[in-house]
Design a protein around this ligand. Structure first.
Ligand SMILES: Nc1ncnc2c1ncn2[C@@H]1O[C@H](COP(=O)(O)OP(=O)(O)OP(=O)(O)O)[C@@H](O)[C@H]1O
Length: 208
C-alpha cells in the first residue's frame, strides 16, 4: 500500500535527514518511534506530500509520488491520505459536523452526512456534531481529528503524535479506535510518536 525507500530531506545545508526504508500494507499498522527532534513530523510531512524529498522514493499503491505535480499531490493527499496532525487545525467558526464535511469538499467529493454520522457513532462523538470545535476537550478533539481523517475512506492514514496529550485511559481508547477504524476501511496506518506507551500495542516498529 505505502512503501518508501532511501528518503532524504534537509531544511538547510547544516543537516540532512536520511530515513530508513519501510512499507505498510493494507490493514497493517506501523509505529515510527523517535525522540524529540529526530525528524518524525518531517517524515510524516514527506509521506503526506507536504514536503518534497531531496532523494528517495514514496509509492502508494505502486504509484511513485515524487513525480506528481503540485496539483496532483493535492488531489492525491485529499483522496488517498487521511492525516491526523499534531495540532488539529480545525476551522473554529464551524461546527464539528461542518469540519468533517469540509474534508469531502476539499477532496471534490460529495458531502456525506451519513459518513460523518457513522464515524461519529463509531468514535463516540455523535453528541458533539453541532458543537464548535473550540468547546471540545483534548481527547474529544483527537477523536474528531480521527473522524475527519477517515471521511474520504483513505488508503493510508498518517497520525502525528495522536496520543501525546492523553492520559493512559484515553491513550488506549484512541489507539484502539484508530486501529479498528483503519481495519474497517482496509487502510494502512502509520503512527509517528515519542510516546513509549504505544510500544506494547504494535509489532511493526521502526525507531528513528
Ligand atoms: N521548517 C523548518 N525549518 C528548519 N528546521 C526545521 C523546520 N521544521 C523542523 N525543523 C528542524 O528539524 C528537526 C526535526 O524536526 P521534526 O519536527 O521533524 O522533529 P520531531 O521528531 O517531530 O520532533 P518533536 O517530537 O519535538 O515534535 C528539528 O531540529 C527542527 O528544529
Amino acid at each position: 500500500m505505502l512503501a518508501c525507500s532511501e528518503l532524504s530531506f534537509s531544511y538547510d545545508t547544516k543537516k540532512t535527514f536520511n530515513f530508513p526504508s519501510f512499507s505498510c500494507e493494507k490493514g497493517e499498522t506501523l509505529l515510527i518511534l523517535g525522540n524529540s527532534g529526530t525528524g518524525k513530523t518531517t517524515l510524516l510531512h514527506l509521506l503526506a506530500l507536504l514536503l518534497t524529498p531531496n532523494g528517495g522514493s514514496i509509492k502508494i499503491n505502486n504509484n511513485e509520488l515524487a513525480t506528481l505535480s503540485a496539483k496532483e499531490s493535492t488531489k492525491m493527499r485529499a483522496n488517498h491520505l487521511g492525516i491526523i496532525y499534531q495540532k488539529p487545525h480545525f476551522v473554529s467558526s464551524l461546527s464539528v459536523l461542518d469540519n468533517l464535511l469540509l474534508a469531502n469538499y476539499l477532496a471534490d467529493q460529495k458531502e456525506s452526512k451519513e459518513q460523518a454520522q457513522k464515524l461519529a457513532n463509531n468514535l463516540g462523538i455523535s453528541g458533539l456534531l453541532d458543537k464548535k470545535t473550540s468547546m471540545l476537550s483534548g481527547g474529544e478533539q483527537q477523536r474528531v481529528s480521527i473522524a475527519r481523517a477517515l471521511m474520504n475512506n483513505p488508503d493510508v492514514i498518517l497520525a502525528d503524535e495522536p496520543t501525546s496529550n492523553l492520559d493512559d485511559e484515553n491513550c488506549e481508547k484512541v489507539i484502539q479506535l484508530l486501529e479498528n477504524q483503519s481495519k474497517n476501511i482496509g487502510a494502512a496506518l502509520i503512527i509517528v510518536t515519542h510516546d513509549q506507551r504505544l510500544k506494547d500495542n504494535f509489532k511493526n516498529i521502526i525507531t528513528l
